[in-house]
Design a protein around this ligand. Sequence first.
Ligand SMILES: [Zn+2]
Length: 153
Amino acid sequence: MDTLNSLFPPNEVRRIQKLTPGRGTDHNIWAYTDHGSYTVKSGYWLTANRGHREGDSRSPADQTAFDIKKSIWKTPTLPKIRLFMWRDVSGALAVAERLNTRGMNVDPMCKLCNNASESINHVLFQCHPAQDMLQTIAFPTEPAIPRSLLEFI
Ligand SMILES: [Zn+2]
C-alpha cells in the first residue's frame, strides 16, 4: 500500500486497488507506445523530451552532446556518412579503446603509429600516419565540432 502511494497519485491508487488479478502471466510493456512494444521512434521521443519532464533534467554536457548528435542528422551528406558521424560522437566506432570498454581484451595501442592509445579522437584527428592517408584523399582532418565541445562527448 505504501509502495502504491509512493509511486502513483491517489486516484490511480484507487483504480489499481479495484483491479482483480487476471489469469495471464505478467510481462513487461513499453509505456511510451499505445501497443506497449518499444520502437526506435518512441525511444528517440523519450530521449529528446527527457529534459522537459519534471525532475528529470539533462546535464549541460549531456544537452550539448544531444544537440550535436541531433544536428548530425540534418547534415547534408550521404546517410552512411551521417551514421559514421553519429557513431563517432557516440563513441561507437570499433577502436581498441572502445572495444576494451566492452570487455574485449585487445592491444590498446594504435596499430598505425604505436605511439598512443587507439581512441576515436586519436585515429580521426591525432594519428600522423592516419592524417597522412586522409590528406591523400582530401578528407577534412579538422573536426567540424569545436575541440572545446569534443570534451563533452
Ligand atoms: Zn596512431
